[in-house]
Design a protein around this ligand. Structure first.
Ligand code: AMP
Length: 302
């Protein structure tokens, strides 16, 4: 089943205790598409400027990623810069230059309109809704991400968009901000009426938690001795999660649980190197091996 992603394609500058890169390909939709492409066919909608070269686009070639929805327009590609703390748990944003992303108005090529699995990465909730209006028929699963900016500035729009989503995937601080509660479980109940039925909270090195009506499911983060760069870990998690579901054509509870594991697997690979370096050279065999290690990591008897 094909999977649609709409979101940022960017150049990032990243500083972490393990090094520094001045300009590397990034963006939420980029991490998502590369991670998901190990599991299923991905349709990518985004916008880039004239500085986005053929060499940059190479990351999508040779994978199951259709880039006909990646618009090229005069101007510069979105640029983001961030610096991580010593323990990699905190980051400050040093620069956000929207450039061509400021005028992003997602348009779905005709062939994308029948996508059944949809991931709306972090963009203006109004634009997220406009994407859903362009989709024909009823998608099987719509998941979305957002950030503090939209939670603070356009809460009504975000609520309206959430009515059309099945899964909300955000991090722990965004969950607290959205619900004005410190506890992470209670916010889910507020969201369920009339919003998404499933809340997935990404918790960095503490793994991820899925909350839905029938209960809670947690996956750990894979223990790594030397993570280098957390950029894009959340989007890679989302790519593994949605890619797995689209690949197996299901959204039932057992599949959602396995998808959480594949999400965590992809997030863990993303942080092992800077930018997309690790995902670029990853193999499906390594993914399967790590998924099995997750099984061993969490197995116990009572
Ligand atoms: P994450 O680490 O999951 O927050 O994702 C990092 C990616 O998000 C980077 O590659 C950035 O290019 C991209 N990004 C940063 N700020 C924004 C923003 N305001 N809107 C969309 N994408 C962004």
């Amino acid at each position: 089943m094909s999977l649609l992603v709409v979101g940022s394609v960017a150049f990032d500058a990243i500083e972490s205790p393990h090094g520094k890169v001045e300009r590397t390909l990034g963006g939420a939709a980029t991490y998502f598409a590369v991670a998901a492409s190990f599991f299923t066919r991905v349709n990518l909608v985004g916008i880039v400027g004239e500085d986005f070269s053929d060499r940059d686009a190479a990351v999508f070639r040779g994978r199951k990623i259709d880039t006909d929805g990646l618009e090229r327009t005069p101007g510069k590609t979105f640029f983001w810069a961030g610096r991580y703390s010593q323990d990699l748990n905190d980051r400050v944003t040093l620069a956000t230059e929207l450039n061509v992303f400021a005028n992003f108005n997602p348009r779905l090529p005709e062939k994308y309109r029948s996508s059944k699995y949809i991931f709306l990465a972090n963009i203006d909730p109004k634009l997220q809704r406009s994407v859903l209006h362009q989709v024909n028929g009823r998608p099987r699963l719509v998941a979305l991400d957002t950030m503090n900016y939209w939670i603070e500035r356009t809460p009504a729009d975000l609520r309206e968009t959430l009515r059309h989503a099945n899964v909300l995937m955000i991090n722990d601080s965004e969950t607290r901000q959205l619900s004005s509660q410190h506890n992470l479980l209670r916010p889910a109940r507020q969201l369920f009426h009339p919003g998404p039925k499933t809340l997935i909270i990404k918790r960095g090195e503490h793994g991820a938690m899925m909350v839905h009506r029938d209960g809670v499911f947690c996956v750990p983060a894979f223990p790594l001795e030397e993570p280098h760069d957390p950029t894009g870990a959340g989007d890679s998690f989302a790519g593994g999660f949605m890619g797995y579901l689209a690949g197996c054509g299901s959204a039932k509870d057992a599949a959602l649980r396995r998808a959480m594991v594949y999400g965590s697997v992809m997030g863990s690979f993303a942080v092992e190197r800077f930018g997309l370096d690790r995902l670029r050279h990853l193999t499906r065999r390594e993914i399967n091996q790590r998924a099995r290690l997750f099984e061993r990591l969490t197995r116990f008897t009572l």
